[in-house]
Ligand binder design. Structure first.
Ligand SMILES: NC(=O)c1ccc[n+]([C@@H]2O[C@H](COP(=O)([O-])OP(=O)(O)OC[C@H]3O[C@@H](n4cnc5c(N)ncnc54)[C@H](O)[C@@H]3O)[C@@H](O)[C@H]2O)c1
Ligand SMILES: [Zn+2]
Length: 368
């Protein structure tokens, strides 16, 4: 069943029209036409997604008379770098992309964040259309307008709020997503439940088996439910004000981002790092925010059921602490954690005593 969600907030320029429908990829050309006045589009994608779904996207775009400039980057987090961004800008320049044209991001969170930021900065901002193809992108990164790239010193340190003009979510595309990436996406779904939506969390507990097995109908439903939960939060706090509701969605990310940076964005997926981050944030929530031990067990049982990692052996504590200190959630010299006193109700970031943080990191396998 096609669903339309309007994440409508002021000012009007920040509205994204989000459409979830099976087979929606074939409506890409019409969507670009409807949402922008583009005559030409830069189609940014990664090698893996290009091989699987690129031809269909091209056909749909050309079918409505658009001229298409395909730009393909290597798959994976290491493409979310300033160096790639520069390559994109140069490609836009060679293609003669002008203010009336548009960028299309076809891919996972990496492609969306990178191409969205390229669109935010090209000629001081051209419209973009998102076609999220991974589970993380369909439930989380594809909506909300955060774009950006990673630095060696920290994740997402350079970026902009630049909401896409339209987002096309086609859950059927998840059929080709490898198991490990589906599981990583489920981490972000558990996060949404723990942080802002207790009903979603209970739904996950009931359907964990089907989701772990990758059953299509369960995935389609989880995409719609999680996306709605995120849209609700974003609508209320579009720019992530200090203390606003959107900060809750960073649950698990203070440490998750630090793990990714400490490991040089290699070997561990974003969702896997966030899973460890949630286990640690859950533990700290029990220690200092009043989360019940049984709620923590429920969280960890879901993560276990999705085959998500429990520990981060060999990750140096010093590097984690340094990366967390760079994290944007840091303020007034303290590392702040999003904690949750009960399921579905993460709170504004807490300062946590650094001795307790270090002890917790050691418990999760980090090394002095
Ligand atoms: N902007 C935001 O609000 C936001 C929110 C959450 C996460 N993120 C970011 O998203 C990134 C992680 O996203 P991701 O996991 O999608 O990473 P990704 O873009 O690297 O995609 C994961 C892998 O899946 C492959 N893939 C994607 N769709 C596929 C499909 N349909 N079939 C087969 N293979 C497919 C990709 O080629 C890639 O190898 C991180 O950088 C994270 O920081 C951003
Ligand atoms: Zn995330």
């Amino acid at each position: 069943v096609p669903t339309r969600l309007l994440i409508a907030t002021k000012p009007p320029a920040s509205r994204s029209r989000v459409r979830i429908a099976r087979g929606a990829l074939d409506a890409l050309g019409r969507t670009v036409r409807g949402a922008t006045g583009a005559r030409r589009v830069a189609l940014v994608t990664d090698r893996t997604v290009a091989a699987l779904h690129g031809a269909r996207a091209m056909r749909s775009l050309r079918g409505v008379g658009l001229s298409v400039e395909p730009i393909v980057v290597p798959a994976g987090e290491r493409s979310k770098q300033p160096r790639r961004l520069e390559a994109l800008w140069e490609a836009f320049g060679r293609a003669g992309l002008d203010r009336r044209d548009a960028v299309v991001a076809l891919g996972g969170g990496v492609v969306g964040d990178l191409a969205g930021f390229a669109a935010a900065t090209w000629l001081r901002g051209v419209p973009w259309i998102g076609v999220p193809t991974s589970l993380i992108a369909q439930v989380d990164s594809g909506i909300g307008g955060k774009t950006g790239v990673d630095l060696a010193s920290g994740k997402n340190l350079v970026g902009a709020f630049h909401p896409p003009a339209a987002v096309l979510v086609d859950p059927d595309l998840l059929a080709t997503l490898p198991d490990r990436h589906r599981r990583a996406g489920l981490a972000e779904v558990v996060k949404t439940g723990m942080a802002v939506d207790a009903a979603l969390f209970r739904w996950l507990e009931r359907h964990a088996g089907a989701l772990a097995a990758g059953r299509g109908s369960a995935l389609t439903q989880v995409v719609a439910r999680t996306l709605r939960a995120k849209a609700r939060v974003v609508r209320a706090d579009e720019r992530e004000r200090e203390g606003g509701g959107r900060t809750a969605l960073n649950y698990g990310h203070t440490l998750g981002h630090a793990i990714e940076a400490a490991r040089g964005y290699r070997g561990i997926l974003h969702g896997e790092a966030v899973a460890i981050g949630m286990r640690a944030a859950g533990r700290l929530s029990v220690e200092v925010a009043g989360l019940s031990a049984s709620s923590l067990e429920r969280q960890d049982a879901l993560l276990d059921g999705f085959g998500l990692p429990r520990r981060m052996p060999g990750t140096p504590i010093g590097r984690l602490m340094a990366a967390m200190a760079h994290d944007k959630k840091r303020s007034r010299g303290e590392i702040r954690w999003v904690l949750t006193p009960r399921v579905g109700h993460a709170s504004v970031p807490h300062p946590v005593d650094s001795r307790l943080v270090r002890a917790t990191l050691r418990e999760f396998g980090a090394q002095v």
